[in-house]
Design a protein around this ligand. Sequence first.
Ligand SMILES: Cc1cc2nc3c(=O)[nH]c(=O)nc-3n(C[C@H](O)[C@H](O)[C@H](O)COP(=O)(O)OP(=O)(O)OC[C@H]3O[C@@H](n4cnc5c(N)ncnc54)[C@H](O)[C@@H]3O)c2cc1C
Length: 532
Amino acid sequence: MKKGEERTFSTKSPDVEWDYVVIGSGMGGLTSATILSQLGKRVLVLEQHYEPGGFTHTFKRKRWRWDVGVHAVGEVHPKAILGRFLRKMSRGSLEWANLGKVYDEFYFPGLRIDFPDSLTQFRANLLEKFPEEEVAIDEYLRLVHVCSDKIRPYYLSRVLPEKFARLVDSTVTRQAQELLTKSTESVLAKITNSERLKTVLTAQWGYYGVEPARSSFAMHALVAKHFERGGFYPKGGSQKIAETLMSTIAAAGGWTRIRAEVEQIVIENGEVKGVDLKDGERIRAKRVVSAAGALATVNRLLPADEREKPWAQSIAKLKPSPCHLCLYIGFKGDIRKAGAGSANKWFYEVWGSDTMYWNVEDEASEAPVLYTSFPSLKDPEHDPGPEELHTGEVVTFVPYDVFAKWRDGRWQKRGKDYASIKKDIEDRMLAQFLKHMPELKDKVAYVELSTPLSTEHFTRAPVGAIYGIEPTPERYLTRHLRPRTPVKGLFLSGSDMASVGVMGAMIGGLLAAASAEPLGAVNYVREMVTGK
Ligand SMILES: Cc1cc2nc3c(=O)[nH]c(=O)nc-3n(C[C@H](O)[C@H](O)[C@H](O)COP(=O)(O)OP(=O)(O)OC[C@H]3O[C@@H](n4cnc5c(N)ncnc54)[C@H](O)[C@@H]3O)c2cc1C
């Protein structure tokens, strides 16, 4: 912390009575904590990591700083309702930089297509590449809109207790349920026979982490709609998200405590009593919001007898989303001149999106897709200095099994074999990236690879999952996957309660706060809408 900066978190917590304990300081946890604090509740956020923010935290090596899980966020423009929520929660102090007219560039073998910040332009770009597919393109765009409109009542229905779910799901949210439980592939198959158009329309599947054959069409449509007006990046870097929300929490009498790993949620006679930390300390609270991820909550944090109950079992059997590799690159020099920009670049080596996991054990293989991003060029507050220091991130998906045998080792001490496989992957990934952007080669000054074990170590995400529970139809058929649990005083928050991504986690955080304090939440939303 720099001199003069406001203190909003620490390794200790004030010795007061807490109304709420929130487990996890990711976007979901901080959203719940912010709203509950703004409603006058005393909230303590507990974070196991030494950096707050979950997937919105950043890390530094030498003179470069990278984000771990924020490349582009949609719907933060002034008119968007989600952007307004975020402004209220950050008390206007979180600002966003527009990624420009094009936020995602796609490079397929023999075809380049841009995803722009306007629906009209998007349609024009698609038509230019697929002139014979006008009917299909229009039908697709129509369905994306229908779907995202229908999903709102579904979200609201999550706030209700599970006992009303059957009734609500068969009436108010019936249409949403239908769309949530259809696969993306099955919907697209009815629209077009062009495999290439289908691949382009689903090319952003990496933003939700499940290939079209298994993803819920509603999730796909939500992500497509999310970016309809472009992509944005938090000014000052993604740590600004947590900084601004923790500031609101602290100003309202709450606190965020880091290096505080929750070992177990304390439940007595079906009621929450608080949490036990790994170091043995017990923190009492009548209400606990777990934003550590639904799988981590039911598999690790519930007492053994509660884990056996049907509600917990139905969540436990859902699958985590895939895991990823990320190459963090530090550059020196003018990377813009070498082809980098604020738009993300997706380099697809193959057509079709059914085999998107890199089989790294095949030494002759390449990653089927590389997602590339240059955070320092997105951030207007980044000062490159005289050496022109810039950052790059290259992401791809990989099976967890490859790394499973080293999972019990300690960070940076997993042994020679692990170091060797990491080095091999790092070299191959860098070579593949530079094949697409050769002019960057002499500007690469630092490289570090993260594996699924790094993700698991720093965020405790089970098997290093990138987006919590995978967004398949099965997930949306799980009635117990909702913020209010059958345990009195225990709520679930975060992206598993709504949809993937920073804004998905924010909605999950909002739904958890609304489930815990329904009346307060209504007033909160009214104040936001009316500005009073
Ligand atoms: C590589 C990558 C790229 C991404 N890119 C984007 C993007 O461009 N746009 C976008 O919108 N989203 C993106 N995402 C997804 C987005 O970052 C996440 O979906 C979202 O931030 C998840 O928020 P969350 O609060 O649900 O979970 P998390 O951020 O995972 O928060 C959970 C928190 O709980 C803590 N915790 C876990 N167990 C315990 C415990 N026992 N005790 C105390 N604390 C605990 C963890 O340390 C963590 O801080 C990306 C993610 C990754 C990994």
